[in-house]
Design a protein around this ligand. Structure first.
Ligand code: DX5
Ligand code: ZN
Length: 218
């Protein structure tokens, strides 16, 4: 079993001290930096936009994993690439032309991911799975950090794993929401490859140690 990719979510960081939070992540065992962009339309909350992503990128030594919780994300893909995104995930529920948008992300030279809400069945990804570098399974309803993990996610990981195996692709499974050392082992055993963790990391007494615990949980 491979060690998971750990992607701390900057949403839970101290926004007044972003530079030092990023420098902490640079020195930690974090693999990616997860960047949650919320538009107040697709999700009820507004987080931050392009200038903040660009500012994070200026200090980050790790790839930025930009999670777009925005309606019609195709309007901004190019700009998020310019702001420094290494990977971009868009929501199945926010797109009319998902396949075209995935292609666009790949043409920009980013890794392409699709995120699905807790109520969306993984089978909706069957016809695009071959195009995807990763799938982001939302294990909370998107919009806020610090929510309770939804247990139905374990079943969805297994279903997604089967879809990926049948397609013969190397698509990664990313889990986003309510991740901690209490569920990380079970998630990895079920087939998760990437763990996003926000509040569990940033509200712990030592975020670098917490990142390390997640990295070495198995
Ligand atoms: C939720 C975001 C998550 C969030 C995770 O809408 O997509 O990435 O930051 O936060 P925690 O780990 O606190 O649930
Ligand atoms: Zn996210």
């Amino acid at each position: 079993m491979n060690r998971p990719v750990i992607a701390p979510s900057i949403l839970a960081a101290d926004f007044a001290n972003l530079q030092s939070e990023i420098e902490m992540l640079n020195k930690s065992e974090a693999d990616w930096i997860h960047v949650d962009v919320m538009d107040g339309v697709f999700v009820p909350n507004i987080s931050f936009g392009l200038p903040v992503v660009a500012a994070i990128h200026r200090h980050a030594a790790k790839p930025l994993d930009v999670h777009l919780m925005i309606q019609q994300p195709e309007r901004y893909l190019e700009e998020f690439k310019k702001a420094g995104a290494a990977s971009i995930s868009i929501h199945y529920e926010a797109c009319d032309h998902l396949h075209r948008n995935i292609q666009h992300i790949k043409d920009l030279g980013c890794k392409a991911g699709v995120a699905i809400n807790p109520h969306t069945h993984v089978s909706y990804l069957e016809d695009v799975i071959e195009e995807l570098d990763f799938v982001c399974l939302m294990s909370v309803n998107p919009g806020y950090g610090g929510q309770k993990f939804i247990k139905n996610t374990y079943k969805k990981i297994e279903q997604l794993k089967e879809l990926i195996t049948d397609a013969g692709t190397s698509t990664l499974i990313e889990i986003d929401g309510g991740v901690s050392t209490a569920n990380a082992k079970k998630l990895i055993k079920a087939g998760a490859d990437v763990l996003v963790a926000g509040s569990f990391v940033f509200s712990s007494p030592s975020p670098p140690d917490t990142i390390s615990e997640l990295k070495h949980v198995i």
